[in-house]
Design a protein around this ligand. Structure first.
Ligand code: FAD
Length: 488
């Protein structure tokens, strides 16, 4: 049995450190086969988007180099993962497949059925935790139910004690010496070629475990202390930018948690920043908790009465939003940052999402889909929970009447207009006082800044005051639907 290989099937755990499945497999002493399957067939409407594919290419390059340095080749297969894993098991005579749990509903269904299928031929699919601090089922209300509200969820999770310490990478990873076919990464064509839109992504990111660790170190040294204040400022480098690394599992939340606790203890004065950072990591836990317990979260409003909202299907408005041409500088800056770098600051994500849903009345699922394709950190749980939160239809959502005013948000969180100037350069010469509302600037100021509204930069595609009233009227229909449902 010991001579039979074990397949370590990598998925959203593209690292060697703090990898419980890998460590457990190595500890058996059996030779290991490292496998990654590009599975576009099992995810239903959620196959990986364009920006994620760019990331995946580089992340797999990094993983392959790291594991090959230990003497193990990373085998690449493409197709239905159930079929490919089964074939690799048959071709190699493997005795078991080790995985880290994924929480996407489609992945749970796939893994459960694969487990049953493999068991028929005596092969065990062994699942390990590792991508979340706590398994979604571990955190429960006193009545034993899942949580719908974040703050009690945080308290309950914190009450379970300190999360497990990270485990080191196995010293020796014994590779299997047999032959098994592998695709080449190039043949998957994950990188955009015509056109190559990834220049901004290359400048911004270093996918892979080494890049993740460096990002964490830099954040803890430079930004943890002021995180509570600066995390809301898109004009500052106040957050960790670990989200794509966490999504692809190049770093574990346990590593982030413990490194942050250690850094705060060493430097002193960072307790507030530390607590805020840990709480953000737990928003990620909460989103996965919701997804596991309410698997329709990515598609359907958590509160069904939101089906009564009078959505619009204005394609031109959606296009203007996607391209950063709405005439609202903070919205346009965010959408262009997203297109250029595959990332957008959290504060601005909330503003642009609110604008799409509440100013343009476009269904939140359309924004969720655009983010899915363009974000390097596109994550089913975080994306769905966040869009529902902004729409007001989520579990623990912003109240429906909270409609972000783009000008006020810009003035408050980008007070000198630095963020807007960076991403909307055609407005760069406007004075700070006018940068978030160019339409209010006197004609002479616009002329001096070289701006012709409607030509060099769009006029607002909707009037904020009117849009606000329209959205509130729409929410009255939602309220009426909710009361009708209660009366039934
Ligand atoms: P930091 O502030 O450094 O936070 C540390 C980590 O905590 C993040 O890397 C992330 O893993 C987690 N985190 C922080 N905020 C949240 C949050 N609100 N919900 C869940 N986890 C959080 N995040 C994604 O990872 N993927 C998505 O697809 C995604 N879509 C979003 C869509 C909308 C409309 C909104 C409003 C938010 C979305 N977020 C998403 C959440 C959040 O914007 C990002 O996690 C955050 O901006 C990532 O930057 P950071 O790593 O610098 O965060």
């Amino acid at each position: 049995m010991k001579d039979k290989p074990i397949v370590v099937w990598f998925r959203q755990d593209l690292r060697l450190h703090d990898h419980r499945a890998l460590s457990a497999a190595a500890a058996t002493g059996a030779p290991l086969i490292a496998l990654y399957v590009l599975d576009d067939t099992s995810a239903g409407p959620w196959p990986m988007g364009g920006a994620s594919r760019w990331w995946l290419h580089h992340s797999l390059t990094s993983l392959a180099a790291a594991i090959e340095a230990k003497g193990v080749r990373l085998i690449l297969r493409r197709g239905s993962a159930s079929d490919e894993v089964t074939t690799v098991v048959q071709e190699t005579g493997a005795s078991a497949v080790y995985i880290t749990r994924m929480y996407e509903p489609w992945a749970s269904v796939r893994d459960t059925s694969l487990k049953q299928q493999l068991a028929k031929s005596g092969v065990e699919l062994k699942r390990f935790a590792g991508s979340l601090l706590r398994e979604p089922e571990e955190v429960r209300t006193k009545a034993g139910d899942p949580f719908k509200v974040y703050t009690p969820f945080w308290r309950a999770l914190a009450g379970l004690g300190t999360p497990a310490k990270p485990v080191p990478s196995p010293k020796v990873i014994p590779g299997w010496s047999g032959k098994v076919a592998s695709d080449t990464l190039q043949s998957w064509q994950l990188l955009p070629m015509k056109p190559d839109w990834a220049g901004g992504l290359r400048d911004e990111w270093q996918p892979g475990e080494v890049g993740a660790q460096e990002r964490l170190k830099r954040f803890l040294a430079a930004a943890l202390k002021s995180y509570t204040e600066d995390r809301n400022r898109p004009d500052r480098s106040g957050t960790s930018r670990l989200s794509p690394h966490l999504h692809f599992g190049e770093i574990s939340p346990h590593q982030c948690w413990h490194a942050a606790v250690d850094a705060a203890a060493k430097t002193g004065g960072a307790d507030k920043g530390l607590e805020t950072f840990l709480k953000e990591l737990v928003w990620r836990e909460f989103a996965n908790h919701l997804l596991v317990h309410w698997p329709t979260l990515p598609e359907a409003p958590f509160r069904p009465e939101f089906g009564a909202f009078p959505w619009s299907s204005d394609k031109a408005a959606v296009r203007a939003w996607q391209r950063g041409q709405t005439g609202y500088p903070i919205v346009d800056a965010g959408m262009r940052e997203l297109w250029h770098t595959g990332y957008m600051h959290n504060r601005v994500r909330m503003v642009v999402a609110s604008f799409l849903i509440k100013h343009l009345l476009i269904p939140w699922q359309a924004g969720e889909a655009w983010f899915w394709d363009t974000l390097v950190d596109a994550d089913l749980a975080n994306n769905a929970a966040s869009w529902q939160w902004v729409a007001g239809c989520g579990a623990d959502a912003a109240p429906y009447f909270r409609i972000f005013a783009p000008v006020t948000q810009g003035e408050k969180f980008d007070p000198d207009g630095q963020y807007v100037r960076r991403w909307v350069p055609e407005l760069a010469n406007l004075p700070d006082a006018d940068i978030h509302a160019p339409w209010d600037a006197p004609p002479a100021v616009l002329a001096a800044a070289g701006i012709k509204l409607g030509t060099t930069y769009p006029l607002p595609i909707v009037d904020h005051g009117q849009a606000r009233q329209r959205a509130l009227a729409g929410y009255e229909l939602v309220k009426a639907a909710a009361s009708a449902a209660r009366a039934e």
